[in-house]
Design a protein around this ligand. Structure first.
Ligand code: FCB
Length: 457
């Protein structure tokens, strides 16, 4: 099962999850430092220290990527390294770290793909309301301008946000992510401001772009699955996909919020009032490709009572039951269904004809250990990886324009509220010694990358 010539193979990480070094070189605190320091928020009391000490060990990590044979590396910049309080002049030592990283990647023949925001908002901005405060949009735009002006002579691939769903819904809606606020109305306001920040930053970077640069957004999707395809079940699925996916996708592609989603959340009286004239035109600034993060499907059914308030992350959702996942689950308790990725990619191709897609994250957590033989045997992750690569291949065969696949993640890392216990890496990290060990899945991935093909099942 061969992939198209030039198919991009890579791995992905994010700043807070791997860098460590949270107090050096002028870095300001982020909302994740504050959240992790709050007892009870992160499993095991884990924090952004030591993470993978990538701040100093990045040469070793680039060597791991070379060993995998990948051509691309998707990582994020820590806003509080570049602007410690979220506004004001750039901290040169923060920029210098990303200079070193980018230069070393280019030296190794690996294309850097920068994400500007992977959730580590400067705490000083949260003190003024964070993403609920519309001013954050302009602060983000200024940060984008600074980062792009500085690294844009070398970095061609720029992504504004990673998964605005998570900071908005998990951060402000149900509070399981930083900043830990529990208020569904705030979740929707934050979502709108994140989308506006994406659009405005996109336009600001375009205005100073160099030839050959590309600009993108990364969204997460969870395909809704129903046991029976009757009208009530399909309506439940549509509600879930609407609030989790189309609410973010449609304004970016078409400059409108989906009418059914607006009416679903109207009772919170939050989203519509947050929208000002001209916002949607800004959000719809053209993107060059869409990043797609996919991990697991969601099983849904209609609730008996249409006004039943569905528990969980989707703000304002009513009349839907989210059912437990089935089958052998991953260590994060997520269902595994590769075919849902094919369906998702095909659906996106219909939604956004002509838009190139990149799978910017996909992966699985399992409780890996280094065996007495010195190896890390992770058959479940290897199976998950290969199954999902076949699913991407199937979408390409069906005519979907998928340009690349970036495995989440290069390294075991700080998995947000799960702490270090949930390991998503192709490479095992012993957090006590910082020793890195290729897992079997890394060897399997290296084989796929070298062949530009995955073996059939
Ligand atoms: C995604 C995040 C990424 C990682 C994976 C497992 O939602 O973008 O940082 O936590 O999930």
């Amino acid at each position: 099962m061969t992939f198209p010539p030039g198919f991009v193979w890579g791995t992905a990480t994010s700043a807070f999850q791997i860098e460590g070094a949270t107090t050096v070189d002028g870095r300001g605190p982020s909302i994740w430092d504050t959240f992790a320091a709050t007892p009870g928020k992160v499993e095991g009391g884990d924090t952004g220290e030591p993470a993978c000490e990538h701040y100093t060990r990045y040469p070793e990590d680039i060597a791991l990527m070379k060993r995998l044979g990948v051509s691309s590396y998707r990582f994020s910049l820590a806003w509080p390294r570049i602007q410690p309080t979220g506004t004001g002049p750039a901290e040169p030592r923060g920029l210098a770290f990303y200079d070193r990283l980018v230069d070393a990647l280019l030296e190794a023949g690996i294309e850097p793909m920068v994400t500007l925001y992977h959730w580590d908002l400067p705490q000083a901005l949260q003190d003024k309301g964070g993403w609920v405060n519309r001013d954050t949009v302009d602060h983000f735009t200024e940060y984008a301008r600074i980062a792009h002006a500085h690294l844009g002579d070398r970095v061609k691939q720029w992504t504004t946000l990673n998964e605005p769903f998570c900071p908005a819904y998990l951060g402000y809606g149900i509070g399981i992510h930083a900043p830990g606020i529990v208020d569904p109305a705030s979740a929707l306001v934050a979502a709108h401001h994140l989308l506006l920040a994406h659009g405005r930053a996109m336009t600001a970077m375009r205005a100073q772009a160099r030839p050959g640069q590309q600009f993108s957004l990364v969204l997460n999707f969870s395909t809704a699955r129903v046991a029976v395809a009757d009208e009530a079940h399909l309506a439940a699925a549509r509600k879930v996909e609407g609030l989790s996916g189309r609410l973010f996708l449609e304004p970016v592609l078409r400059g409108v919020y989906p009418a059914d989603v607006l009416s679903e959340v109207a009772h919170l009286n939050a989203l519509a009032p947050a929208i000002r004239e001209g916002d949607l035109a800004e959000i719809a600034a053209p993107i060059d490709w869409l990043g797609v993060n996919y991990y697991n499907p969601t099983r849904v059914a209609p609730a008996a009572d249409p006004l039943y308030e569905t528990p969980g992350a989707l703000p304002g959702l009513r009349g839907v039951e989210i059912l437990p996942p089935e089958g052998p689950l991953t260590h994060t308790g997520w269902e595994q269904e590769a075919a849902a990725l094919t369906d998702l990619l095909r659906w996106l191709a219909e939604q956004a004809p002509g838009m190139p897609l990149l799978v910017t994250e996909n992966g699985s957590a399992f409780p890996d250990e280094v065996s007495p033989d010195g190896q890390v045997h992770d058959p479940e992750r290897t199976a998950y990886l290969l199954a999902h690569l076949r699913a991407v291949h199937a979408a390409i065969q069906a005519g979907v324009d998928v340009r690349g696949y970036l495995a989440w993640s290069l390294l075991d890392n700080f998995e947000w509220a799960f702490g270090y216990d949930k390991r998503f890496g192709l490479v095992h990290v012993d957090f006590a010694t910082q020793a890195r060990t290729f897992k079997d899945s890394a060897h399997a991935y290296a084989k796929v990358v070298a062949a530009n093909a995955v073996a059939p099942e």
